[in-house]
Design a protein around this ligand. Structure first.
Ligand SMILES: [Zn+2]
Length: 148
């Protein structure tokens, strides 16, 4: 069993998203968020925050497609307007290659940002710390007993 120190103060939402984008724990910013390319760690190695219940699902790829699509669309438009006569073979090699590179480069940080956003909003099991919940639960139980 691993014992962790005192829980760090909860970061604000933007800090949690930023920490996720840099692939660090959204809670403490110290531990790694990913074990492999897109495989989120079970829990933070620094503060013990559990990540296994995150539900990023298909949202990160949608965000990446949105960003890359707009960047490439603008790039293709500008290239066609400024560099008329560029051979079709250059377009056929440049844009698909750039799309693959950008998607691979953005997918992990965007997924980290989505997990950080879920943490900041308390979604999908990223609720308040269990100690607070236990205190509130006990207080609620005592209130019920007094009412009887
Ligand atoms: Zn952590």
């Amino acid at each position: 069993m691993r014992v962790y120190g005192a829980a760090p103060a909860a970061p604000d939402g933007l800090a949690a998203v930023r920490r996720g984008f840099t692939c660090r724990c959204p809670r403490c910013g110290g531990g790694r968020l990913f074990g492999r390319f897109l495989k989120v760690e079970h829990a933070c190695s620094a503060c013990g925050q559990e990540f296994h219940h995150h539900r990023a699902d298909d949202f990160p790829p949608y965000i990446v497609m949105f960003i890359v699509g707009h960047l490439l669309g603008y790039g293709i438009y500008v290239t066609e307007m400024k560099l008329e006569g560029l051979p079709l073979a250059v377009h056929a090699l440049l844009w698909p290659s750039l799309a693959i590179v950008l998607c691979l480069a953005l997918l992990q940080p965007v997924k980290g940002a989505v997990v950080g956003l879920q943490y900041a909003l308390g979604m999908h099991g990223f609720g308040r710390p269990p100690a607070d919940a236990a205190v509130q639960s006990r207080a609620g139980d005592e209130g019920e007993r007094r009412a009887r």
